[in-house]
Ligand binder design. Structure first.
Ligand code: GLY
Length: 292
C-alpha cells in the first residue's frame, strides 16, 4: 500500500510538471494503481453549515443533527480536501438556506465553464444566487433555466462523459439543457432514469480506473455494464457515496464491509466521520464543488 501511495504521489507531481510522461506511466500502471487515472482537481468550494442547518430537508430519520459536531466534521472535511491537494474556498454560513452547505447541488463545473443549476427542491432554488459571484472568479457561467431543474448531486462525471440522473430534483428538461451545454464543449452524456434515490450519486459513484461503487439496483443497470462494479449492500448504502479526489479516496467512517471491498481492490480509503450530514441526507460529494 505504501508503494501505491508513493506511486500516486509520483503521478501527481509528474502530471503537474510533465503530463506526457505521466500519461505513459498511467497506462503502464493502469491495473496496479486504481486512482491513477482520475482527472486531477485543484480547487474546491465549500460552505460552513448554518446555525439552522437542522431545518433542512431530510428523509433520514436519524434524529436532529448536533450543530457543533456538524461544524467539527465540516472542518475535518475541508482539511481532508486540502490533504488531497485542493485549495479550498470556504464560504460563510447562509442562514437563509438551511441546506446551503451542500454546495455541489448548485453548479456543475467543467474546465471551460461553470453551469449554475436550477435546484428541483423549492427551498434550495435561491441557493444558486450567492454561488454565482464565487464561481465567476474561476469560470464564465452558463445557466439551467425553468422549466428545467437540475441538482449537481445528479451529475456523475467519468472522464469526458457525464451520467445525469432523472430524479425528483432533476427533470428531463434540466438534464437535456445540461447535456446540450456539455455537447457544446465536446463532452457526451447519458440520462439515467431513477426510481427512488435522492440523487444519482446517492447510489452510484465513479472512483477511478473504471470502478463504480454502486447500490445493488444500480449494479444491475445496463447503462453501467462497461464498468467494474463494486456492489454496496442496502444496509451500507450510505457508503456508496465516496469521494475520489486526485490520488485519494475519502469514505464515510463506520462501513467495514465497504472498506474491506475497497482495500481488496487496491484502494487505501481515508475515513471521515460525517454522521451529522447523513442525518440531513447529505454525503461526502454534496459538501463540495471540485474542479481544476
Ligand atoms: N438535505 C439535502 C437535500 O435534501 O438536498
Amino acid at each position: 500500500m505504501q508503494e501505491v501511495a508513493l506511486s500516486n504521489e509520483l503521478f501527481l507531481h509528474t502530471y503537474l510538471y510533465c503530463p506526457f510522461v505521466s500519461t505513459i506511466l498511467q497506462i503502464i500502471n493502469f491495473s496496479v494503481f486504481p486512482l491513477a487515472l482520475q482527472v486531477m482537481m485543484h480547487h474546491a468550494i465549500t460552505r460552513i453549515p448554518c446555525s439552522n442547518y437542522r431545518n433542512g430537508i431530510t428523509t433520514a430519520n436519524l434524529g436532529e443533527p448536533d450543530y457543533s459536531l456538524a461544524l467539527t466534521q465540516h472542518r475535518r472535511y475541508v482539511e481532508a480536501l486540502e490533504q488531497c491537494g485542493l485549495t479550498v474556498t470556504t464560504l460563510d454560513p447562509d442562514l437563509l438556506y438551511p441546506d446551503s452547505c451542500f454546495v455541489e447541488d448548485t453548479a456543475v463545473v467543467i474546465d471551460e465553464v461553470a453551469i449554475i443549476t436550477n435546484p428541483g427542491a423549492a427551498s434550495r432554488r435561491e441557493e444558486v444566487k450567492s454561488m454565482q459571484p464565487v464561481l465567476q472568479q474561476f469560470r464564465k457561467l452558463e445557466f439551467i433555466t425553468a422549466p428545467g431543474t437540475l441538482e449537481g448531486g445528479d451529475v456523475m462525471q467519468v472522464d469526458r462523459h457525464f451520467y445525469i440522473g432523472l430524479t425528483n430534483r432533476t427533470n428531463e428538461a434540466g438534464a437535456l439543457q445540461l447535456g446540450e451545454i456539455l455537447n457544446k464543449y465536446g463532452y457526451t452524456f447519458t440520462l439515467v432514469p431513477m426510481t427512488s434515490a435522492l440523487h444519482l450519486k446517492t447510489v452510484v459513484n465513479y472512483i477511478g480506473n473504471q470502478h463504480l461503487l454502486a447500490s445493488m439496483e444500480m449494479a444491475k443497470n445496463p447503462l453501467f455494464n462497461k464498468f467494474k462494479i463494486l456492489e454496496v449492500a442496502d444496509e451500507d448504502l450510505y457508503a456508496a457515496n465516496c469521494l475520489a479526489i486526485n490520488d485519494q479516496l475519502i469514505m464515510p467512517a463506520g462501513f467495514d464491509r465497504v472498506m474491506n471491498t475497497l482495500q481488496k481492490t487496491g484502494y487505501k480509503p481515508i475515513e471521515l466521520e460525517v454522521s451529522e450530514f447523513e442525518k440531513m441526507d447529505g454525503g461526502l460529494t454534496c459538501l463540495s464543488l471540485r474542479f481544476r
